[in-house]
Write a protein of this length. Structure first.
Length: 169
């Protein structure tokens, strides 16, 4: 009996095709999870503009008023209080005795207030005489109201003082 060469090579061709064809391998996976955490700490920063009274005339009969701005930036929800110290030249009465100095013997009294009516002295004792707030993540501007009282007959010249702003949170 005669077998064609095609029939004889068919099993080899089929075997080659099976060997070269992609196999469907069984694959497996596994998973796990992990936590991502952070702790946000309450924090604040502060900056302030200078308080420049300008020219003072003791005989004017009017107190010299000016303002400055304290900007406080705290993390959202952080409560804070802003205090102002007595300066470098207070008369011994702390925040109620602030003075600018010309030289070692000449002083010009002034006051800092937390209200526009200039009746609430701004001090440095939380919560007694400071200004309170709650952070919102943005800069919050707080006005400092300054006053140089009338009738201070001191030596003519340039007077200055330095105030330290303290944010307690």
């Amino acid at each position: 009996m005669y077998t064609s060469s095609i029939r004889k090579s068919l099993p080899f061709v089929l075997a080659a095709m099976v060997a070269l064809s992609p196999t469907n391998a069984i694959s497996a996976t596994t998973t796990d999870t992990f936590q991502v955490t952070a702790t946000v700490l309450g924090s604040c920063s502060v900056s302030a503009t200078d308080l420049a009274f300008g020219n003072y005339t003791p005989t004017s009969g009017t107190a010299l008023d000016q303002t400055s701005t304290v900007s406080v930036t705290c993390t959202t929800g952080t409560t804070y209080s802003v205090g102002l110290n007595a300066g470098l030249n207070d008369d011994g009465n702390g925040v109620t005795g602030r003075r600018m100095v010309f030289d070692t013997t000449n002083f010009l009294a002034y006051a800092l207030y937390s209200d526009s009516g200039r009746t609430t002295n701004w001090g440095n004792t939380p919560p007694t005489d400071t200004v309170a707030g709650t952070g919102n993540g943005a800069a919050q501007d707080i006005t400092v109201y300054g006053r140089v009282p009338i009738n201070q007959y001191v030596t003519a010249g340039a007077y200055a003082d330095t105030i330290t702003v303290t944010v307690t949170y």
